[in-house]
Design a protein around this ligand. Structure first.
Ligand code: G6P
Ligand code: MG
Length: 215
């Protein structure tokens, strides 16, 4: 029998592809500030908090601002981002995710969401997954940004399981690092070159069975 009792899923890039919406909104802000922001630069924003993302963006543009100015910029970016989010539908759940979540549930494996996003609940509602997870830890509950393990440790705590009994699914390097810092087994979603610290990397959930977590 597997020692794994719970799976903790990152949201952006694992359950849904909101990275493209984050990118469009950040790119718009960069344009307004007078510089280009490439998809390669965007890779560095995956998994990190809104304010840290802004700091990285401003570093790329070689600009610096006061905290009050930065807060205004982050709010503006979030308003643009929300315009995309409010149009999301259940069709945007990534392929294979719903089947995999159901299979885990039917085998008694608990599932949690572990996301840095303060918009996680809204996104879950938009795609109809608001009642799916046994615990939801988002950027409002976990105040320390990945790679700090807080978000995943809180997930394990709410599910009442030990970190060593959890598998984390993550698409971002900072998130993989957070899972490893939490002492959890981590499965990367995406490219092995970006997620080199993950214990295993898969391209996505299509045709994935619970065999994957029988460690
Ligand atoms: C996720 C995304 C990041 C994003 C962060 C905060 O971790 O991967 O790109 O910056 O959430 O999202 P928020 O919706 O709170 O701005
Ligand atoms: Mg992610």
């Amino acid at each position: 029998m597997s020692k794994i009792k719970a799976c903790i899923f990152d949201l952006d890039g694992v359950i849904v592809d909101t990275a493209k919406y984050h990118y469009l909104a950040w790119k718009r802000l960069a344009k307004e500030l007078g510089f280009e922001f490439s998809p390669e630069h965007n890779e560095r924003l995956k998994g990190v908090s809104r304010m840290t993302s802004l700091d990285i963006l401003l570093e790329v543009g070689g600009l610096s601002f006061t905290l009050a100015e930065k807060e205004k910029m982050a709010t503006k970016k979030n308003e643009w981002y929300l315009e995309y989010i409010r149009r999301m539908t259940p069709e945007e759940i990534l392929p294979g995710v719903e089947d995999f979540l159901s299979a885990l549930k039917s085998q008694g494996v608990k599932i949690a969401l572990g996301s840095a996003s303060k918009n996680a609940l809204l996104i879950l509602e938009q795609v109809g997954l608001q009642f799916t997870f046994d615990a939801v830890i988002d950027g409002n509950k976990a105040l320390k940004a990945k790679p700090d393990p807080q978000v995943f440790l809180l997930g394990a705590q709410e599910l009442q399981v030990n970190p060593a009994e959890c598998v984390v699914f993550e698409d971002a390097a900072a998130g993989v690092q957070a899972a490893k810092n939490a002492g959890m087994y981590c499965i990367g979603i995406g490219s092995p070159s970006v997620l080199s610290l993950a214990d295993k990397v898969i391209p996505g959930f299509l045709n994935v069975t619970t065999e994957l977590i029988s460690l």
